[in-house]
Design a protein around this ligand. Structure first.
Ligand SMILES: *Cc1c(COP(=O)(O)O)cnc(C)c1O
Length: 213
């Protein structure tokens, strides 16, 4: 995929966007009786150029999400030196699992067991110091979810609530904590926080609108 260069990002707008989003996260957390530090913001930089990622890093962002292995391979040379955490948040084809295992710290969208096993095998073959972090993605209710896009963002609340409840349930069944609930995008992250999100994935709210395909 080509990364478009006619982007409108500037260090200024990214910094302003980030500050505004931080305030909104803090307000949503407070409303739910939570602390803002419990929530990790993943800046979803897909379609935006490497320089935008560098600007966002300079503004203070430390977690970045890409949704295509190939696009990230193209940008990585320009920003891989930054000590940030690189997340894959999009669907991963199994034939790209080995590449992804070496390119990301986290794959937040694992949607089948064979894929998890492939990632695990590839990561051990790399002798990486840290294990690859993965999150399981379950349709409508899982540990990471992308609910249907609904104009009235309040309507996504039940999806977020079910995901959180499923996490609680699974954690009890497994007898160990599952600390991460990744849910909430630019148009609904405050609701996700109220319902228990520990990570929100924001593209538009940080980088502005993406160029239409
Ligand atoms: C693009 C994307 C996002 C960010 O979407 P925005 O609406 O721009 O905040 C979040 N999560 C995933 C999985 C995405 O692909």
């Amino acid at each position: 995929m080509r990364v478009r260069s006619e982007t409108t990002v500037s260090p200024h707008s990214i910094r302003d966007n980030f500050l505004r989003v931080q305030e909104r996260i803090a307000a949503a957390a407070q409303k739910a009786g939570r602390r803002a530090e419990e929530i990790t913001l993943i800046a979803v930089s897909k379609t935006h150029p490497a320089e935008a990622i560098r600007m966002a890093y300079a503004a203070g962002l430390r977690h970045f999400g890409e949704n295509r292995v190939q696009e990230w391979e193209g940008k990585r040379a320009a920003v891989g030196d930054l000590p940030a955490a690189w997340h894959l948040v999009g669907h991963l084809q199994s034939n790209k699992a080995a590449r992804a295992a070496g390119l990301f710290h986290a794959v937040d969208s694992v949607d089948d067991l064979a894929l998890a096993q492939r990632l695990d095998r590839a990561r051990s073959e790399l002798n990486a110091r840290e294990k690859l972090r993965i999150l399981l993605e379950v349709r409508l209710a899982g540990l990471m979810c992308i609910p249907p896009f609904l104009e009235a963002s309040e309507e996504v609340r039940p999806h977020f609530r079910r995901l959180r409840e499923l996490r609680d349930h699974l954690a009890t069944q497994l007898g160990r904590p599952l600390p991460v609930v990744s849910m909430g995008m630019s148009h609904d992250f405050e609701i996700a926080i109220e319902e228990g999100a520990t990570e929100v994935r924001l593209g538009t709210a940080i980088f502005g609108e993406r160029a239409k395909k």
